[in-house]
Design a protein around this ligand. Structure first.
Ligand SMILES: [Zn+2]
Ligand SMILES: [Zn+2]
Length: 232
């Protein structure tokens, strides 16, 4: 009923197929496009879950060289198609309500029990511009669902780094070194943590956040993301 009324008052068409968006929950994406969002089941690195090209390799090159500080990483689907569109609308176009259905797609992913959920933080300059941290909104929903605490003020971003895309692996590490710090460390000490990011692009960010959390005394860290950049 409310859904119908909303559609009459605010008619929207799907940005992918132009059909009317009849489902308020996932609007502006129409139900058919939302249904096209599918989980990734292809080959993946056993440590960082990076999608791999071949079934034969079990670990990605990065993990062979440099073991991540997190114990596991999971993501829902590839950063492509309708999932990419939905994440970008949520992240850059202030369609905040998408945080709910986007959080829900991760519900079936197997994650170990954790004490607390920590979002990958935004630098405050970026936060002011964007008005909210998309990973913090996802974290709130996920922490409620799994019954864990939500720690939004333990990991902070102190440097507004440039985008990681297009940088080599050493350049990315250099770019992000010293970008994150911890606060309220007594809260995280010994706690198992679920670190939430919207998209894992190169993995450098979640690796660095995990390293910093570990250094501050956190217990095991597990990473959860909506999407992973397409295999390179
Ligand atoms: Zn559509
Ligand atoms: Zn890996």
């Amino acid at each position: 009923m409310l859904n119908k009324l909303f559609n009459i008052l605010f008619p929207e068409s799907c940005p992918i197929c132009n059909r009317p968006s009849s489902e308020h929950n996932t609007a502006p994406l129409c139900p058919a496009c939302w249904q096209s969002i599918k989980p990734y089941h292809g080959p993946a690195c056993r440590k960082c879950s990076k999608p791999l090209i071949s079934d034969e390799s079990i670990e990605c090159g990065e993990c062979i060289k440099d073991e991540p500080a997190f114990a596991s990483a999971r993501f829902f689907g590839l950063y492509d198609g309708a999932l990419r569109k939905a994440i970008n609308l949520f992240k850059y176009h202030r369609i905040r309500r998408l945080s709910k259905p986007l959080s829900e797609i991760t519900a079936h992913l197997k994650i170990p029990p954790v004490d607390a959920v920590v979002p990958v933080p935004l630098h405050e300059r970026r936060l002011r511009r964007r008005e909210y941290n998309q990973s913090a909104l996802l974290s709130r929903n996920i922490s409620e669902r799994i019954g864990a605490e939500l720690f939004v003020h333990c990991l902070i971003k102190v440097q507004d780094t440039k985008p990681q895309v297009g940088l080599s692996s050493p350049e990315r590490r250099g770019n992000i070194r010293k970008a994150f710090e911890t606060e309220n460390e007594t809260m995280i000490r010994g706690k198992s943590i679920l670190l939430i990011d919207d998209v894992i692009t190169t993995g450098t960010t979640v690796r660095e956040c995990s390293r910093v959390l570990k250094k501050a005394g956190a217990g095991s860290i597990h990473v959860l993301a909506l999407a992973h950049g397409i295999r390179d």
